[in-house]
Design a protein around this ligand. Structure first.
Ligand code: HGY
Ligand code: MN
Ligand code: MN
Length: 446
């Protein structure tokens, strides 16, 4: 199904009849999970993909999807998502961190919750699938369980994390992986994290109330598009994620001296742009010189005064450094700082390194990988185990309990782009694997 008729599956599919609230499923004596055989249970793929088709217009601009955290597009995306929760009989609340959380009671309230979810904020000029597939897939799983009157033993928390793209803030606030200084960092929308949390309905004064510690989560499962091309290349339907790369974002301020572009001889310049250009090439060379899967990207550059006839006096650029090994990240951090000193020396400029965000590499729990794999086998979907080159809230959630992720193919391996696309059938497959993995986790973790 191509993009055009994907969009024709209008919101009408989404406007489905309301069902009584799930929140008091227990009160209505829902059948326990020993009711229907979980073999027969499947999600409503048309409904799920209808939601995604309707969501495509939210925050869409001529250059792509812009639901950047704390922006108008994000607020609209969160409002749409809250409506989906309610349409699906869930009772969402905004926690102090600004995450959207809905709890479905389990038959044994003494058990820790199984948590499923993802995010709905996007990068600048991004796509419609990175985040919403897992967020709406989680809502669909909860709705399907209720419609089939299957109550888990564990409570089930459906979560839409805030500001995943700016550094997995919503989940880091649950896991306590942040500092007070982080809250004053300026997000892509121009608001600080602190301002953003207030804007989306959180309460910075009460962040302690969302804090969980290791063992507070029975299991975390996240459905997500692969954002790479491995599944498509291998013609596999499901990715069983083994681990998520660690990532470190630097903001580097290079200070030179603004001067006249015509009257300043070439050997008397402190050209911040020249230093930035040399540094960008040197970072790329350093990363590629060593065999491995490490990656580094200079993605954002701001030049001051950014004027044709003035030698740039300042450049602020970012580096996104990732690898599955933390030691590799540390090693390249040293190398980049050394390059800054050397290039600064050679160009008469100063390099100042600041850390924007740091997420540690995280391994999926072997049991959770097995539940995902067994679910794919039950549903007869081909699958392969694989790493995640993208960062996810799941890596922060791995500090609170056993974590696992389910990948579905990205067409052409494209993501963080308006050309990001995943087929409806693949999305439905992923949601069905999530559903069965949740049921398996519930049975095994009792
Ligand atoms: O940047 C990432 O890897 C993720 O999409 N936030
Ligand atoms: Mn994502
Ligand atoms: Mn992303």
């Amino acid at each position: 199904m191509d993009r055009r008729n994907f969009l024709q599956r209008s919101a009408a599919l989404a406007a489905l009849p309301l069902i009584p609230s799930l929140a008091n499923a227990g009160a209505r004596g829902a059948a326990k999970t020993s009711g229907l055989s979980s073999q027969t249970i499947t999600v409503n793929g048309d409904r799920l993909n209808g939601w995604l088709a309707a969501f495509d217009r939210i925050g869409r601009t001529p250059t792509g999807i812009n639901r950047v955290a704390y922006s108008e597009g994000d607020l609209a995306g969160r409002a749409f998502t809250l409506d989906l929760f309610k349409q699906s009989g869930l009772s969402p609340v905004i926690d102090a961190a600004g995450n959207i959380v809905a709890r479905v009671p389990g038959s044994n309230p003494a058990l820790k919750p199984i948590v499923i979810g993802s995010h709905v904020d996007s990068v600048t000029d991004g796509g419609n699938f990175d985040g919403p597939v897992g967020s709406f897939g989680a809502i669909e799983v909860a709705r399907t369980l209720a419609e089939r009157r299957m109550q888990l033993a564990h409570p089930l928390d459906v979560v839409v994390w805030q500001n995943e793209e700016g550094g997995t803030y919503g989940s880091r606030l649950w896991a306590g992986l942040y500092s007070e200084a982080d809250l004053d960092k300026v997000a892509r929308s121009g608001k600080t994290i602190r301002e953003g949390i207030g804007l989306i309905g959180g309460d910075v004064a009460k962040l302690a109330s969302v804090r969980r510690k290791e063992g507070d989560v029975a299991c975390y499962l996240e459905l997500h598009i692969e954002q790479g091309g491995l599944l498509e290349k291998a013609s596999k339907k499901i990715g069983v994620v083994q681990g998520i790369v660690g990532l470190r974002w630097f903001e580097i301020t290079i200070t030179g001296f603004s001067n006249h572009a015509g009257a300043t001889p070439m050997d008397q310049r402190q050209d911040a742009m020249l230093a930035a250009a040399r540094f960008t090439v040197a970072v790329n060379d350093a990363i590629r010189r060593v065999p491995g899967r490490q990656v580094a990207t200079v993605g954002r550059v701001n030049v001051t005064p950014n004027t044709t006839n003035v030698i740039p006096g300042q450049v602020v650029l970012t580096v996104d450094l990732r690898d599955i090994e933390q030691a590799t990240i540390e090693r390249f951090t040293q190398q980049f700082e050394q390059l800054g000193r050397e290039i600064g020396e050679a160009t008469g400029t100063q390099f100042k390194f600041a850390r924007l965000t740091d997420s540690k590499p995280a391994l999926a729990d072997p049991r959770v990988m097995d539940w995902v794999q067994q679910s794919a086998d039950t549903l007869k979907f081909t699958h392969q185990r694989m790493p995640s080159g993208a960062g996810h809230d799941a890596q922060e959630m791995s500090h609170l309990g056993p974590m696992g992720m389910i990948f579905v193919p990205s067409v052409g391996g494209i993501s963080h782009s308006p050309r990001e696309f995943s087929h409806a059938a693949d999305i439905t497959n992923g949601a069905n694997v999530l559903l069965h993995a949740v049921i398996a986790a519930d049975k095994s973790l009792r």
